[in-house]
Design a protein around this ligand. Structure first.
Ligand SMILES: Nc1ncnc2c1ncn2[C@@H]1O[C@H](COP(=O)(O)OP(=O)(O)O)[C@@H](O)[C@H]1O
Ligand SMILES: [Mg+2]
Length: 349
């Protein structure tokens, strides 16, 4: 659906040229929700703005639904852009217009009549759950409701692709969840391809099918979300996944843990913090108690969760293991052989 081919975006910064996006190639499939994650400044927004040519890439090609956007003239580009909706972190609504009129705006710009506009806006209000608020102004509604207006407006021209740049970053966790559920519903019901930019792994985990990780303008890793969670290859990906665990551990536990690991690093102990990830049948097997018995270890479970990612059970445990270094190494080799992904987390906490 979207082919990103060797795209580079160079800016002339104060200290000389900066490649905000460097030689990125990705292929996004029709109907999927594709997540792009990375830290602040990684180049995510620049890349997503290349997808509708809000930024014209310095080199490379963007092919959407078979059309090379970089080769179109201004008129053709306007047409192609109608097939690509976009939503933003700060919603970008017009404060002087009602909910209804904000959603109607792209249709007015496309020259539709009042009755044609009503035929499109009414079901969109229904879809995003804002029918009762259609005459309210942006100042009178919540952040989550504003983003629903943004989504409805982005869908007004019936696009094939929706770009979302940190659309939930200004929202609380519960509202984030409801907006992500709405995006998933739209993805399924309308068959819309969604490219979702975020710095939060939670967001990726909740709705994405595949994902790419960006750092310093480059895509450093990409693939199925489940696969990357199970065996992240790049340090940045591991840190982003580790962040999920760190965020979920209560502060008190984290502090005690840091103190204990610092002591252990100083050579006075043998505490190791691990993250175990396992899928499917691994979730039911008594592998951990076997490893504890076989290798004479103590396992202290700090955090655990079973999620569903792409319809598969995915378990993740943070464990503090205590024992001799040889036994810990042997236990981790044993668990790895049983299909558990084992990762030492001392450096993350
Ligand atoms: N218009 C611009 N001019 C110069 N530098 C820019 C411009 N836009 C972005 N950058 C730089 O490109 C890098 C990537 O920025 P951005 O794409 O916004 O990252 P992200 O969205 O991942 O936080 C940053 O170093 C940023 O300062
Ligand atoms: Mg950004």
């Amino acid at each position: 659906m979207i082919e990103i081919k060797a795209v580079t975006q160079r800016f002339n910064g104060a200290r000389g040229p900066v490649d905000a996006v460097r030689n990125v190639s990705l292929s996004i499939r029709k109907g999927e929700i594709f997540g792009i994650i990375g830290r602040s400044g990684a180049g995510k927004s620049t890349l997503v703005r290349c997808l509708n040519l809000l930024n014209r890439p310095t080199s490379g090609n963007i092919i959407v639904d078979g059309k090379d956007l970089t080769a179109l003239d201004a008129e053709q580009l306007r047409g192609a852009r109608r097939e690509i909706g976009m939503i933003f972190q700060h919603f970008n609504l017009l404060s002087s217009r009602t909910v209804y009129d904000n959603i109607a705006l792209p249709l007015e710009l496309a020259g539709l009549s009042k009755s044609e506009i009503a035929k499109k806006v009414t079901p969109l209000l229904e879809l995003v759950g804002l029918t009762a608020l259609k005459d309210s102004y942006p100042a009178q509604i919540s952040g989550g409701q504003k983003q629903r207006v943004g989504i409805a407006r982005a869908l007004a021209n019936e696009p094939k692709v929706l770009l979302s740049d940190e659309a939930t970053s200004a929202l609380d966790p519960e509202t984030t969840r409801s907006i992500l559920e709405l995006l998933r519903k739209i993805n399924r019901e309308l068959g819309l391809t969604i490219v979702l930019i975020t710095h939060q792994m939670e967001v990726i985990k909740m709705i994405c099918d595949r994902m790419a990780v960006m750092e310093s303008g480059e895509v450093i890793e990409h693939g199925e979300v489940l696969e990357l969670f199970r065996s992240p290859k790049h340090e940045v990906t591991r840190a982003l996944i580790g962040d999920v665990i760190a965020q979920e551990l209560p502060q008190g536990v984290l502090q005690r843990l840091r103190a204990r690991l610092a002591q252990s690093d100083a050579g006075s102990g043998t505490d190791h913090l691990f993250r175990f990830a396992f899928t499917g049948s691994g979730v039911d097997q008594p592998l951990l108690s076997e490893a504890v018995r076989k290798f004479d270890l103590d396992f202290n479970i700090l955090h655990g969760q079973i999620d569903e990612i792409q319809g598969q059970a995915f378990g993740s445990l943070a464990i503090l293991a205590n024992g001799t270094s040889e036994n810990i190494a042997a236990a981790m080799a044993y668990l790895t052989a049983q299909g558990v992904t084992v990762e030492e987390l001392n450096h993350v906490i």
